[in-house]
Design a protein around this ligand. Structure first.
Ligand code: LMR
Length: 328
């Protein structure tokens, strides 16, 4: 009898394990470094909700905002280790994996978001999605945030005003060269540290979109923001090739569809927040917004333009030509 009972238990346990293995949903951890009420935060939550609607209990998306799971620096390593499955880092954060995406960091290259769209939807932009395949990273699609502005402790009008000032940048040599071109001192620092660095005046300024300057409260500790629109802040939604290719064939296309729709929502939020968050900063009266004169803007362009030539080979001449053409 004893043996029979043990056997019955064993069979039961095996059966339960098998059932739970079949029924266990695939968990997709989506980690990011910004707040929830930002283009990326909104896109990630929309994706989670669409997947819940369409894939029911087959797939569960867990979103971790505000660098709470992984911050800059660690998140890409975590993706390759399988500890997280979806990320959307800024395009400036991939230098370790490919030089090609640094095309997006070249100062004054894209005149507006429409030019970026044109480039990203064209053959060169699409090809860049798979530029990190040999490193085990798959680019699923782009997501917008907005053009970058420069915030600082002192008023910055011409490029000379940036001289000898310390600016936080993302991990990109192009961004470093851009600030070095005006005699400034760039410092590569994780996003989660920027507010404290500004507040304690360990650095003098930083560059970011209106959405990030607002949602991270940078404007509360930066009395001046110069509307330079000198570069773009855009994202690449990525997964590891191993994880993405390993998804069941009936699940992956649905996820791709959900992502596409979530990105449309995220891009609409980006366009709206670019206007609204700028206005909220103006209304707060915490920070003065400096508009460049035509001559001042021309001086910035002239000072930073040599960076294009410096990185032409790294980003690919044909990519640079296509990017320039996207402005027409
Ligand atoms: C930054 O590090 O400044 C931004 O890339 C953060 C983000 O993801 O928007």
């Amino acid at each position: 009898l004893k043996l029979k009972t043990i056997l019955a238990f064993a069979v039961g346990a095996v059966f339960l394990c098998a059932v739970s293995a079949i029924a266990a949903p695939i968990v997709i951890k989506f980690s990011h470094v910004v707040a929830e009420d930002t283009p990326k935060g909104i896109m990630a939550n929309k994706f989670r909700d669409l997947v819940a609607e369409r894939l029911g209990d087959k797939v569960v998306v867990e979103v971790y905002p505000n660098s709470q799971l992984f911050g800059d620096g660690k998140e890409l390593e975590a993706l390759l280790l399988g500890d997280v499955h979806l990320l959307a880092p800024a395009l400036s954060k991939f230098q370790k994996y490919t030089p090609l995406l640094q095309i997006y960091d070249l100062p004054f290259l894209f005149k507006d978001m429409a030019a970026i769209d044109k480039f990203q939807q064209g053959p060169n932009g699409r090809a860049l999605l798979t530029s990190m395949k040999d490193k085990g990273i798959v680019g699923l699609d782009y997501l917008h945030n907005g053009m970058k502005q420069i915030s600082a402790n002192d008023p910055i009008h011409g490029p000379g005003d940036a001289k000898n000032k310390k600016f936080r940048i993302m991990t990109s040599d192009v961004l470093a060269a851009q600030f070095e071109a005006v005699g400034a001192m760039p410092l590569k620092k994780p996003f989660a540290e920027v507010f404290t660095l500004l507040q304690t005046k360990a650095i003098d300024g930083q560059e970011n979109s209106w959405s990030n300057i607002y949602s991270q409260k940078f404007y509360e500790v930066q009395p001046y923001i110069t509307e330079t629109n000198h570069g773009i802040l855009d994202y690449l939604v990525i997964s590891s090739t191993e994880f993405w290719d390993g998804l069941p064939a009936d699940v992956r296309p649905v996820l791709e569809e959900c992502l596409k729709e979530a990105i449309v929502v995220g891009n609409a939020a980006a366009a709206q927040k670019d206007l609204d968050d700028k206005q909220k900063i103006i209304d707060s009266k915490r920070s003065e917004i400096i508009t460049l004169t035509e001559e001042e803007r021309a001086a910035w362009v002239e000072a930073m333009k040599p960076v294009w030539k410096q990185f032409e080979d790294a980003v690919g001449k044909e990519n640079l030509e296509a990017a320039i053409a996207s402005n027409n």
